[in-house]
Design a binder for this molecule. Structure first.
Ligand code: B16
Ligand code: MG
Length: 223
């Protein structure tokens, strides 16, 4: 692991780290799973975190053993229906949907001069940031449409570092998903996992929830 003094920037995941949209994603995917007759489970729910929209749909169809039952156009329709339902939930969001301590952590990073970028797989990230009134904190956002490979591939976290002109070793990536932690580690950044120790066992640093994430606590765990 890098030492704390090497760190110059933070690359953030959005869903499940900054705000709890993962609950909204799950709710909307659960409806799709019911529709196609795929069994919904905690494993499937956790496995979908951080995974792109179309890859998520494929995982659900596979869980129901119905991946060959739908044409490409029908798959696009299912994904669009999920997104429409998801966006209805996003539309009701306000800054009250920020996870605990996130606003003060971002302010701490800003005042200490750390650079910040966003590495979310979500095409809806700019809209969610707007709802949370955080647009000004994230001038640099990786465009998921520009990616060849989604998480757990390192590409998204490498781009997140590149956008703020830092080497991966100078960055900490923050994630709630196993696929995301894998992506950060493969990019050679220091990983913070937020959530369940079992699910995020490969994270360099683990916090059970966002309120524990402060520069002092990170420094303590790194040195
Ligand atoms: P969208 P993250 C990911 O965002 C979500 O965790 C995942 O559940 C979702 O399918 C994916 O974004 C794509 O989102 O359908 O809005 O483009 O965790 O990488 O911020
Ligand atoms: Mg996430």
């Amino acid at each position: 692991m890098a030492s704390f003094s090497d760190i110059k920037g933070f690359v953030f995941d959005l869903d499940g780290v900054i705000t709890d949209t993962s609950v909204f994603h799950s709710q909307a995917w659960h409806q799709v799973a019911d529709k196609v007759g795929a069994p919904w489970s905690k494993e499937l729910e956790d496995g979908l975190k951080g995974i792109s929209r179309m890859d998520s749909l494929e995982m659900i169809l596979k869980a129901g053993n119905v991946q060959d039952k739908y044409t490409n156009d029908e798959k696009v329709d299912l994904a669009t229906e999920k997104n429409t339902n998801y966006l209805k939930l996003v539309d009701q969001m306000t800054p009250a949907n920020l996870l605990p301590g996130i606003k003060s952590f971002l302010d701490e990073l800003k005042s200490e001069g750390y650079l910040i970028s966003l590495a979310s797989a979500s095409k809806n990230a700019p809209k969610v940031l707007e709802k949370l009134q955080l647009t000004d904190y994230f001038p640099k956002i990786v465009d998921p449409k520009s990616l060849t490979n989604g998480k757990p591939d390192p590409e998204i976290y490498l781009k997140g570092a590149e956008l703020i002109d830092l080497k991966p070793e100078q960055c900490i990536g923050v994630e709630d998903a196993a696929a995301g932690v894998e992506s950060i580690n493969a990019a050679n950044e220091t990983s913070i996992g937020i959530g369940d120790a079992q699910v995020l066992k490969d994270a360099d640093i683990l916090f059970s929830d966002t309120s524990e994430m402060t520069l002092a606590n990170i420094k303590k765990q790194m040195n």
